[in-house]
Ligand binder design. Structure first.
Ligand SMILES: *Cc1c(COP(=O)(O)O)cnc(C)c1O
Length: 339
């Protein structure tokens, strides 16, 4: 039973829940939302997802809150990003309303798996869409499915909010300047596995990418966007090869609301020397503070948190976004969907 899970120690992995929801695209239109309790799918062996990577995913979270309500953070933004990804790899767009109906349904049907308030754990929602139709030549499928499943995930920081080291990878690129880096497609992750493995083997939290063309500007950190605090300004990369993070977009807004200046621009790697704070941001950790970024291939190391602790602005931003997600601060931008 879900009630018996040790919520604070469940980690970030797949756990079976009661239901998933599915919607099929056939004959040029999306069908009705179907509820399923199977964990497997039966698709054609020539499906475009399997051969040509016509696949996209999303990730968002639902929280059980102090007032007993369930809150989901910015599902409309995930729906819009998925639509952008669909345009990018020629899949049919799923309307926002249908996306949100699916999210509501999969969360409410698996309510007993939503970690209780105060455990730091949450319910991770994973939408995945792909071409199921058969093709042998390289072209988009005629049929698609979107599936949403959920899995309870533990708190990202077991020992509390802490800063960790990252490593620049110059041997591997995740995405090209005019490639698919701006879309949330599985192919980008296949391209990142070697670099990710290399970083982990050396004890780093994650690999850190520079722009693929000039190897000069900061792109992002594995599966999270980068932000730094430079002379009190929130700086974050502008690049055609990074994923538009909803967490980053929200942090930029919150920073502005707090009177912190925000700059979205190209950031040369050397600028790390003048940063008081830095972090990686994304749905999984919200903010993962960066203590140090090593660039071993050129023999450089940028120490950001000298005491190894997260900086005050990162901490303030982290607390502010968490409070909105949990319904404990005013949601003045209308970000939260409450069930
Ligand atoms: C999902 C993802 C992020 C984070 O996006 P959020 O919407 O904040 O979760 C950042 N970078 C990459 C490459 C991603 O796939």
């Amino acid at each position: 039973m879900a009630e018996e899970l040790d919520w604070s120690n469940i980690g970030f992995g797949y756990r079976k829940t009661d239901y998933n929801v599915r919607c099929y695209y056939r004959d040029g239109k999306w069908g009705e939302i179907e509820v399923n309790s199977e964990e497997t799918i039966n698709i054609h062996m020539a499906a475009t997802a399997l051969h040509y990577g016509q696949e996209a995913f999303e990730g968002l979270k639902a929280y059980k809150c102090k007032d007993g309500k369930i809150r989901i953070f910015r599902p409309d933004a995930n729906a819009e990003r998925l639509q952008s990804t669909c345009r990018g790899i020629l899949m049919p767009e799923l309307p926002t309303e249908k996306f949100i109906d699916m999210v509501k349904k999969v969360v409410s049907m698996n309510e007993r798996f939503i970690p209780p308030y105060g455990t730091g754990a949450s319910l991770y929602i994973r939408p995945v869409m792909f071409g199921t139709g058969a093709q042998v030549g390289v072209r988009p499928a005629g049929e698609y499915v979107i599936i949403m499943f959920v899995t309870p995930v533990g708190p990202y920081f077991k020992g509390g909010f802490a800063a960790t080291p990252y490593v620049v990878t110059r041997k591997f690129d995740r995405s090209a300047p005019l490639g698919t880096g701006i879309y949330k497609v599985g192919g980008n992750y296949a391209a990142s596995l070697q670099a990710n493995n290399w970083a982990h083997e050396q004890g780093y939290s994650c690999e850190f990418y520079l722009d693929a063309k000039e190897k000069k500007y900061i792109d992002e950190a594995g599966a999270a966007n980068f932000f730094g605090i430079k002379h009190g300004v929130y700086v974050t990369p502008k690049s055609t090869s990074i994923l538009p993070s909803i967490t980053n977009r929200s942090l930029m807004q919150i920073a502005e609301d707090m009177g912190i200046k925000v700059e979205r621009r190209q950031i040369a790697i050397e600028e790390l020397e003048d940063m008081e704070e830095a972090g990686a941001c994304g749905t999984a950790a919200v903010i993962s503070p960066i203590s140090r970024i090593d660039d071993p291939e050129v023999g450089k190391s940028y120490v950001i948190a000298k005491d190894g602790k997260p900086g005050p602005i990162s901490e303030k931003l982290y607390n502010a976004i968490r409070a909105i997600q949990l319904g404990e601060a005013e949601d003045k931008h209308g970000w939260v969907l409450t069930l």
